[in-house]
Design a protein around this ligand. Structure first.
Ligand code: ZN
Length: 74
């Protein structure tokens, strides 16, 4: 079962981006206008795949890991 939610692209601001929920576990955000791609596992909260033209994906992924470890400690 797939659930598709229309969202505004966090990279380019296009209203045509969409978020798909795959198998109730993987959240896949994609934008056709700028090739933005973000796949996250809802169960483990881990980033599976991330790609965004024009921004430093590695840095944002690091920020997410830092946020996760902070909530893990508390
Ligand atoms: Zn976009």
């Amino acid at each position: 079962m797939q659930a598709i939610t229309k969202i505004i692209c966090p990279n380019c601001g296009s209203p045509r981006a969409e978020r798909l929920l795959l198998d109730g576990q993987l959240s896949r955000t994609q934008c056709r206008d700028c090739d933005y791609l973000f796949v996250k596992c809802q169960r483990t909260n881990r980033v599976v795949e991330a790609y965004a033209p024009g921004i430093d994906v590695g840095r944002s992924r690091q920020a997410i890991l830092v946020r996760n470890s902070a909530s893990f400690q508390s």
